[in-house]
Design a binder for this molecule. Structure first.
Ligand code: SI3
Length: 305
């Protein structure tokens, strides 16, 4: 049984987008505005510096700035998980120590990227991060980007430590999600990654989710969660299907994050485009972005009436 308060990590956690000014530098004022919007939307927490947060495209100093701005705005209201994954273990350790110093509630990390790593190597990378602070640790399993496939046996071994409180699983197999839940036990958090399968993930054992499309429609994921908790599966499924129509549209643009950022800009949150090599939307995409924004806003109005 873990000694950490895992309840605060359940529910809907928005994967926070990278926020830049016109020059492409970190925009702390706009970070705070966006974090405030999410706090007002009623979500449980923020996952900072992950895939949606473009953490891998930012320097260690920039990543610290982002987390500081988020903590200053909503650190006392929301659960903030700092993603500290980096190609070099020493950078991840420095980010973890910083996350603890500014009061983040947990750290999380992908395996170190670029080199083909053995399970022993990934374990040593994660262990260095875990040992660097007293914060709980959430494994980030996203094999489609890291190339590392986490086995149930390594997960089980990691989960024996009190500090390792859960896994965020962005792999698409809900069977794997269920196997991780079975391996970790009832006190081990399993957080759904593929937003298209939020309801499927919840139904098969996930305790909540962390997602990159939540940031343009947190209200819709809250709606699915509410229907699920009420036991109204037909209604939950209806909303998941509607959300999935929007996700399919979002994925049809030059980059998912470029599309999400363009949508937020239409709503008054100018957070810049994504950093290269991620592509922004172009002028040719403007009409389709506007139409998609209207569709999502109409759904949000319906879900929250
Ligand atoms: C592969 C991938 O990027 N998965 C995303 C999903 O939120 C994904 O964007 C969504 O399901 C649309 O396909 C998340 O699991 C990642 C995430 O939340 C993050 O770290 O930003």
């Amino acid at each position: 049984m873990t000694t950490y308060d895992i309840a605060r990590f359940k529910g809907i956690t928005v994967a926070f987008y990278a926020v830049y000014n016109e020059q492409g530098a970190i925009n702390t004022e706009a970070i705070r505005r966006l974090a405030r919007y999410y706090a007002q939307s009623g979500v449980q927490g923020l996952y900072v510096g992950g895939s949606s947060g473009e953490g891998m495209l930012q320097s260690v100093e920039e990543r610290k700035l982002v987390l500081e701005a988020v903590m200053a705005e909503v650190g006392s209201e929301l659960t903030v998980i700092a993603h500290v994954g980096a190609p070099a273990t020493q950078d991840s350790v420095a980010l973890a120590i910083h996350a603890a110093a500014v009061g983040a509630h947990a750290v999380s990390a992908v395996p170190a990227i670029y080199y083909r790593l053995s399970p022993q190597s990934v374990e040593a990378h994660w262990q260095a991060i875990i040992d660097a602070t007293n914060l709980p640790f959430i494994i980030y399993h996203i094999p489609q980007t890291t190339g590392f496939h986490l086995s149930t046996s390594l997960l089980t071994k990691m989960a024996e430590q009190d500090k390792v409180i859960g896994v965020k699983i962005s792999a698409e197999s809900t069977f794997e999600l269920q196997q991780f839940k079975a391996a970790g036990g009832p006190d081990f958090l399993v957080l759904n990654g593929p937003d298209e399968q939020y309801l499927a993930g919840r139904s098969i054992g996930a305790d909540g989710g962390i997602g990159g499309t939540y940031g343009v429609m947190p209200e819709l994921f809250l709606k699915i969660e509410k229907c699920y908790q009420q036991g109204n599966m037909a209604e939950a499924q209806k909303w998941q299907f509607l959300v999935n129509e929007c996700i399919v549209d979002l994925l049809s643009f030059p980059s998912l994050y470029g599309a999400c950022k363009a949508i937020l800009k239409l709503r008054g949150y100018d957070i810049g485009g994504p950093r290269l090599p991620l592509l922004p939307v172009t002028d040719n995409d403007a009409e389709r972005i506007e139409a998609l924004n209207r569709k999502i806003e109409d759904l949000i109005a319906l879900a929250t009436e």
